[in-house]
Design a protein around this ligand. Sequence first.
Ligand SMILES: [Ca+2]
Length: 352
Amino acid sequence: MMIKQAVLVFLVLGLTACSGADHNSLPSNSGISNSLLEDMPNDRTDSYVVNPDVQIFIDRMALDHDYDKERLELAFSHIKVRPTVIEKSDNQPESITPYYEYKTRFVTESRAKSGYQFAKENEKWLKKAEQEFGVESDVIVALIGVETYYGRITGSKDVFTSLTTLAFDYPRRKDYFQSELEAYLLLAREEGWNIGETKGSYSGAMGMVQFMPSNYRKLAVDYDQDGHIDLWGSEADAIGSVANYLKHHGWVTNQDWFVLAQVTAPKKVVADINRGRVADTDMATWSSLGVLPLQSFLPVKTGLIGLRTSSEDMTYWLAYENFFTIMDYNPSRRYAMSVLELAVSIGSYENN
Ligand SMILES: [Ca+2]
């Protein structure tokens, strides 16, 4: 989540492909996972530990957080230096997939059915989260459904290796990934994980809700109160964490997400379609620009969304604040619309 706008590709996908996270095992004596220890480069000079930037990072972790320097030296000496990560340009297929194609990955009958079942199994936690955070359960469930198919696909890459590669060999976003690496190492210490045993996405997003380490530390919650925040194994923790995230980013309880709209003069609003990530324009202004809601609407500000719903058709919506709060999870309109459409499907599944 949250960095999907940057489509990254590893030149060499040499990462271990075993699935699941063994993050619940006890820390080894070294605090490093066995899989990482077994993955020894032939020569220490092929490892990240000899990189001067890594040495600076290690010194800073020791100084700022009193982090065990030997443990870090050992961990970084077991990651082979990988070729620089490259970024696909903005016009790669991934970023221009039209909405009607994009949504077929997420808004499906089977995903709605599984979401309905997930909701039934977790009714207790979803009700609690609705009350405590004010986020509707269908939205929480749909978000987990789009992120990882309700926890079925949480990523199989070692988070420490992914973040190290991005932190030191992806110049454009190295500050961001160094701070995520820092958060990951602190999280590992707090949660008692061996460094290198936590699996996630290629960019270091973790668990059923695909939180980056900084959000894991800041916004994830131990909702079943077993003493650990486990976003892989605990559906309760995943539910509470998503609800807390959305509340933190301004979710408005029980407010609609959008209304369908008609755009009578597209040229007049060409700069307003998919502009920004805020609901900042009132209905009177939209009306003067020829944008007319096709359904009953709330007297609050909205933003204009336009997405391709077939090869010929563009559909428009006036989106309320909550639509943009979903975009705080992943800044893609197609993503936000998919989550909300899946939420509708899950909510109406029982009546199918
Ligand atoms: Ca827990």
